[in-house]
Design a protein around this ligand. Structure first.
Ligand code: SF4
Length: 258
């Protein structure tokens, strides 16, 4: 049964939020490949380095760099012992190269010395590796170890906020990531965490963009609080009479410049 939309989803009971989140997950699963990642890797260590390099650049650019990087320094110990200047040279094109080089070199040392050359498979241990935050740890847990993880980034948070499954106003574009993770964990079972994270992230990039969400064509439009509150305001239960053009062009949306 389809969950009934209410503009005040975030003030209602947890079971309604679960219904909406599950429904959104099922719809988005039809739309996106939850295992899609353009980062190329052959093992956990290579994905760890790739995600560490992926901030503020494209996956394609990371792949170009990692193919050279792993040819020269295949394992954690190799990278840990490599001269920092040489690493900086290789990762230069990914941007923020000084920080990234420092992080992956330090990560190599930690994986070698603390984790016996094995990438750990828990979020608590992964976040001890330099350059790895909860989001990157979640990506590694999901893609390499097949473990449940809620992977919170700006796209995921925005989609969750807008469809009304968080306690904040659906117009909040940047909900607090820790609170987002906690609230999603409370309404979705662990077996849905990683998959929902991946497809909601892709949805935030394709339809539910920060500046101009494509609500008219969005597959979540029937269950989305933001659409009902800010794009195509209607009384609950009443049919909308707004034009398609109006529906796809928010006019009363708070703009925070992002
Ligand atoms: S209807 Fe609009 S705001 Fe809601 S999820 Fe879709 S694109 Fe985002």
């Amino acid at each position: 049964m389809q969950a009934q939309h209410s503009p005040s989803n975030n003030e209602t009971n947890p079971s309604l939020l679960t219904d909406i989140a599950v429904q959104a997950h099922e719809i988005l699963r039809e739309e996106y490949d939850e295992y899609a990642t353009m980062l190329e890797y052959r093992n956990a260590w290579e994905l760890l380095v790739a995600v560490s390099l992926s901030a503020q650049t494209t996956d394609a650019q990371v792949n170009k760099v990692t193919s050279v990087l792993f040819a020269r320094w295949p394992g954690p110990g190799d990278l840990a012992d490599a001269p920092i200047g040489n690493i900086e040279e290789v990762v230069h094109s990914t941007g923020f190269y000084r920080n990234k080089a420092k992080n992956i070199k330090a990560a190599g040392a930690v994986i070698r010395d603390t984790f016996n050359n094995t990438v750990p498979d828990s979020i608590e241990e992964l976040v001890k590796v330099p350059g790895i935050g909860r989001k990157s740890a979640g990506v590694i847990l999901h893609h390499v170890f097949g473990k449940p993880a809620i992977i919170v980034d700006t796209h995921f948070g925005r989609v969750c906020s807008r469809i009304g499954i968080l306690s904040c106003d659906p117009a909040e574009k940047k909900p607090d990531p820790i609170r987002t993770e906690k609230e999603i964990a409370e309404i979705l079972p662990p077996e849905r965490w990683s998959s929902f994270s991946m497809v909601a992230n892709l949805h935030g990039r394709r339809y539910c963009t920060s500046r101009k969400p494509d609500c008219f064509n969005c597959p979540l439009r029937e269950i989305c609080s933001y659409r009902y509150l800010y794009v195509e305001p209607v009384q609950p239960g009443a049919a909308s009479t707004q034009s398609a053009e109006a529906a796809s062009t928010p006019s009363s949306v708070p703009e925070d410049g992002t």
